[in-house]
Design a protein around this ligand. Structure first.
Ligand code: KIV
Length: 262
């Protein structure tokens, strides 16, 4: 199983890190048999698994439940649990209880969005034995602050701010950093300046690794196709075809056949 130390080793050797989101046991068991390096139980589950229109609806209970399911399915993978909206912006006791819930559900690390106001807590976690992945750029939990899902770091000034945030997160002790929806040149600059690994999504090809949402790369999500997603299969069409095949077989009494009967 990949460990937190391997992230650094991969950056040093130039080997790309592969990360994918996952939220359920069955998918996790499939991923466990692949060469994918690590799994993120992202708060995007509020949208992909629960049908909410944003990630702000993700709760600690949801995150712990899905993390536990993924951990039962992907026993050989490094699992990162996502801290949901405001779960790390309360009192230290409450923040720690939230992190404990994810780690005890089976996460090997936690991810949290944003740098400003988080670095002290991140240091506290790191000194307590919890590996932390940062996340800057388009941070979906800041949707209402950002005024929409927009590419971040497009101006000289905002790119400089992103670099400062990245350095602050590295100094706080993060072992890795997600860069979401930032210009490739900005992500490249941050990747080159940092000692820790960067994992990009919509951040170009030069980050130390890439992450995609499971449903997006499998083409299961028909209502969302941003520029940065490649559908590695047309999952929605394949599932539709299989379900129609099943329905037809039942209607024509072709299924179940002799071999399926006791
Ligand atoms: O919640 C999530 O899926 C994420 C990734 C898109 C990085 O944070």
């Amino acid at each position: 199983m990949m460990t937190v130390c391997d992230f650094q080793a991969k950056k040093a050797s130039g080997e790309k890190i592969t990360m994918i989101t996952c939220y359920d046991f069955t998918s996790a068991a499939i991923l466990n048999k692949t060469s994918i390096d690590c799994i993120l139980v992202g708060d995007s589950l509020a949208m992909t698994m629960h049908g909410f229109s944003d990630t702000i609806s993700a709760t600690m209970d949801m995150m712990a439940l899905h993390t536990a399911a993924v951990s039962r399915g992907a026993k050989d993978k490094f699992i990162i649990g996502d801290m949901p909206f405001l779960s790390f912006r309360s009192s230290l006791n409450e923040n720690i209880a939230a992190v404990r819930a994810l780690m005890q559900a089976g996460a090997h690390a936690v991810k949290l969005e944003g740098a400003n106001g988080n670095t002290e807590f991140i240091s506290h976690l790191v000194h307590s034995g919890v590996p932390v992945m940062g996340h800057i750029g388009l941070t979906p939990q800041f949707l209402n602050q950002l005024g929409g899902y927009k590419v971040q770091g497009k101006t000289e000034e905002s790119a400089k701010r992103l670099l400062e945030e990245a350095i602050a997160l590295e100094e706080a002790g993060c072992f890795s950093l997600v860069l979401e929806c930032v210009p490739a040149a900005v992500a490249t600059r941050i990747t080159q300046q940092l000692k820790i690994t960067t994992i990009g999504i919509g951040a170009g090809a030069e980050t130390d690794g890439q992450v995609l949402v499971f449903q997006d790369l499998l083409g299961l999500n028909t209502s969302f196709s941003p520029k940065f997603v490649r559908k590695f299969m047309d999952g929605a069409a394949l599932v539709t075809q299989a379900v129609e095949g099943y329905a037809q077989s039942v209607k024509t009494k072709e299924f179940p056949s002799h071999e399926h009967c006791y």
